[in-house]
Design a protein around this ligand. Structure first.
Ligand SMILES: O=C(CO)[C@H](O)[C@H](O)COP(=O)(O)O
Length: 212
């Protein structure tokens, strides 16, 4: 089980400084969508250059032009790109083909998918590397969490690694660990905490215990 740190609301300098302090606890560094809009591919490039032993995920939330957009991210050092499960299968296929060419990975974001039992087998047949349930920031504001979605994804998936994102913190992590996701994605839980290092340590410790 890996910890992915989602960086959404920092600028590039703040992100480089934050990862410097948190790197010991983190397996995957996520250039979140708002951060990508703010800093562009330079964020992926600089984080990969500064932390070559970490995986870097570019949360481009691709919706069209799959192969082309995936290549833009992989070419600057991304190990993973994200593509939305709601999009056309051809877009996902384009991302997977580019990933296979470059030895990289595709993470599918299930945001706004309601029928998991219909969509998950198709995604698995397309050869995606990770399927993630995700309660978005706007959905979180209405009180939703990704816990039930994770439970359902665990039931529907046959072979693909799974991930979970959406408002997770050290206080709630154990309920998610019970479903054994392969990647736990945490953003605001760590970066908005009054002590980000302590929060990252607590979460990494919970994951380490679950991995035993
Ligand atoms: O993809 C995202 C927003 O679209 C976030 O990166 C993801 O939800 C994790 O952040 P948080 O833990 O703050 O919810």
């Amino acid at each position: 089980m890996k910890l992915q740190l989602a960086i959404d609301k920092l600028n590039l300098l703040q992100a480089l400084q934050a990862v410097e302090k948190l790197a010991a606890y983190v397996d995957i560094i996520e250039v979140g969508t708002p951060f990508l809009l703010d800093a562009g591919r330079e964020a992926v490039k600089q984080l990969k250059a500064k932390f070559p032993n970490k995986e870097v995920l570019c949360d481009a939330k691709i919706m069209d032009a799959g192969g082309y957009e995936a290549k833009l991210a992989y070419d600057v050092g991304a190990d993973y790109i994200t593509v939305l499960a709601v999009t056309d299968d051809l877009t996902i296929k384009g991302c997977v083909e580019e990933a296979r060419k470059q030895g990289k990975k595709v993470l599918i974001d299930m945001i706004c998918i309601n029928d998991f039992s219909a969509r998950v087998p198709v995604l698995e047949s397309l050869g995606v590397d990770v399927i993630a349930v995700h309660t978005g920031a706007d959905q979180q504001a209405s009180g939703r969490t990704p816990l039930q979605d994770l439970e359902e994804l665990r039931r529907c998936v046959k072979k693909t690694p799974i991930a979970v994102a959406g408002g997770i913190s050290s206080k709630t992590i154990n309920s998610y660990l019970a479903f054994r996701p392969d990647i736990i994605i945490v953003g605001s839980g760590i970066l908005n905490s009054h002590d980000p290092e302590k929060e990252a340590r607590l979460i990494a410790h919970a994951i380490k215990e679950a991995n035993k």
